[in-house]
Every structure is written in C-alpha cells, then in structure tokens.
Design a binder for this molecule. Structure first.
Ligand SMILES: [Zn+2]
Length: 343
C-alpha cells in the first residue's frame, strides 16, 4: 500500500482568518491532515475560537486531529502547563529522592479528570476528526544508552497516589528500585488514562480516530527507555487506538536506525491491524543534504508505512526551534508529500 496520508502540526489557534490562510499554505504543501497543537492556555483562553479554526481547516480540505500538546508535561511539547501552575500536588515524584518533579502524575484522579475534561470538551465543541496522543511519558528515566536523552538510575512516579495504588494491588510497599512489579505497574497505569479517555471519545462518536504516538526507542533486550509506553506490543494491542505512530528521530542519526524504527513500527502496527505512521523532523535540525529526506520518504514507503507526518508548519520558522533553513525544509517536505501521494 502506498502512503495515503501526510500530516503536519500547527501552532497558534487564536485568529481564525490567520489560521485559514495558513491552512491554504498547508494544503499547497500537499498535506492531507493538520494536527492542531492545542495548549492548556488556548483551551482556557481561546476556546470560543477553536471550533471556527477547526472548521476553517476542514474547509481547506484537511483532516483535523487535536493534540493536547504538552498537557501537564505528560505529553511532549514546549508549551507551559496551567495544571502545574494551578496545582501544588498531583506531581510525579522521584523514586530515589522523594522530590516533586515538574510533570503531572497521570495516575492521580486530579490529572485524569483534568485530561478527560480537556479532551471530552474539545470532542463536543471543536468538531475535529480525532485525537493525537503525543509522546506520553513518565518524566524519568531515559535509561542507559538512550537515543533521545541522558542516562539515569532514578525513575518516576512514586507519588502518594502511585504508592497507594501499588500497595493496594500488590500487597506490599512500592519499592524504590525499578523491579518487574514496578515496571508492570507503570505500564498498566500509563495505558489506563489513554485507553479510558479514548474509550469515552469513541462512545460519544465512534468515527473519531485515535493516534498513539510513542517514543522511537531502541527497545532491545538490554535497552529500553522505561517512559511507560516502550512496550510497543502492549500499546499497539489496545483496541482503542487506530494508528500506531513512533516519534521523530534526528537527521543526525545513522540511516540504519531510521530503517530499524520504521520496520518495527510497521510490523507492530500490522500485527494488531492498525495503521502505521512515521515522522519526519521538520524543525530544529535539518539534514546536511535535503536528498536524505527524499531517501527516508522512499524508505518508509518501501517498508509499508501507511502515513507520514512532520513537525511542524514552516519548519518552526520564527521559533527558537526553527530549522536553519526552516522554509526550505518546509518546502522540501511539501515536495516529498506531493511525490508520495501521486504514486
Ligand atoms: Zn504518581
């Protein structure tokens, strides 16, 4: 199967007429889908405009997915978190030092309610086609020999809520070491919040499409990142997700790594009858030679990937994370989307 869908993410959801003009440009870059990065501030402040922004994207011919971007710092993203500003508790806690960390604990009823309210409100009001679960994670660790971060012995979360849940389930105090029971507990709880939210979304509207996008980790016998979603089989097997997606890897990594990630993404997705998605880094870094983007696009297609996505609109132009030639990178991604969709 050829690649059928091409997506790009988009920030800045305040003024409908500005977004509408940008959606035309996104369409002209041969994107079929826009992933709207909805921040907690936008949800709190600009919410009356969000349905009109979604409607403008649909008028431009785009499928629209909503990404609760960086919410509680549970999802990936640079946005700041109102939940963390307004809550002194319900934070992830370091196992080794007992210190509160700068991320919400998604196993607490407080954050689960907050996340559920955020998503279900957007579901009812915004009129989009689905949701995008964007790099959900425990804050720590990234473990040894990590591709996307540094080494660490510490882990989270060992907050009072997690400790009580663990003790109630296993009948003993939650260890300070990352034992097998702790790993099982973290995997199970990590999936619970996204499965329950996805389930309620689909009860409201069965046509809603859910993408789960997890970190593109090595997942070898020796090395996993232990962010809560590194057991891809367990994640992809969930009946509540439609698309299994793995995140961006830097253009600086060796090309065999691109192949390995894409092969494993396609295989796991296919095994559980999901669509597969791979990402192109369309911000911050760019290849020395843009021809690498052509090669990786062809590679992903040849390996049976169903969808391509790029972060972000205009290569992050104007942000601290802009690519050196942000607009050139954006145009290159658009050319590749055109090329791939025409096959
Ligand atoms: Zn916790």
């Amino acid at each position: 199967m050829a690649i059928q869908e091409t997506a790009v993410s988009y920030y800045g959801l305040g003024y409908v007429e500005h977004a509408a003009a940008d959606f035309e440009e996104i369409r002209a870059h041969h994107c079929t889908t826009v992933i709207l990065a909805v921040t907690e501030f936008e949800f709190d402040f600009w919410r009356p405009n969000l349905p009109a922004v979604v409607a403008a994207a649909r008028r431009a011919g785009l499928k629209v997915l909503l990404d609760p971007w960086g919410i509680g710092k549970f999802f990936g993203g640079e946005q700041v978190s109102l939940f963390l500003q307004n809550n002194l508790e319900n934070r992830q806690v370091s196992a080794l030092t007992d210190e509160k960390l700068n991320a919400a604990c998604f196993n607490t009823p407080a954050f689960r309610d907050y996340f559920m309210h955020f998503c279900l409100t957007l579901l009812r009001e915004a009129g989009a086609d689905g949701f995008f679960w964007d790099e959900p994670h425990y804050l720590l660790p990234k473990s040894y020999a990590s591709i996307t971060g540094g080494a660490g012995d510490d882990w989270s979360c060992r907050c009072p809520v997690c400790r009580k849940k663990f003790a109630d389930y296993y009948g003993y105090e939650m260890p300070k070491l990352l034992t097998d029971d702790v790993k099982q507990f973290r995997w199970r709880e990590a999936l619970e919040i996204l499965e329950e939210t996805s389930r309620r979304i689909k009860v409201f509207d069965p046509a809603q499409e859910i993408t789960i996008c997890v970190h593109a980790t090595l997942n070898t016998y020796y090395v996993t990142e232990q962010r809560g979603y590194d057991d891809w089989e367990r994640v992809a097997a969930s009946p509540y997700f439609d698309v299994f997606s793995t995140t961006i890897v830097s253009w600086e990594l060796p090309e065999p790594f691109f192949r390995s990630i894409a092969e494993r993404t396609a295989a796991v997705a296919k095994k559980y009858n999901k669509q597969s998605e791979r990402w192109l880094m369309g911000y911050y870094r760019q290849p020395d030679d843009f021809a690498q983007i052509d090669r990786m696009t062809d590679l992903y297609e040849s390996l049976g990937i169903d969808r391509l996505a790029a972060w972000t609109y205009r290569g992050g132009f104007g942000t601290r994370l802009a690519a050196p030639d942000a607009l050139g990178l954006w145009d290159c991604i658009g050319r590749n989307y055109k090329r791939i969709l025409k096959r």
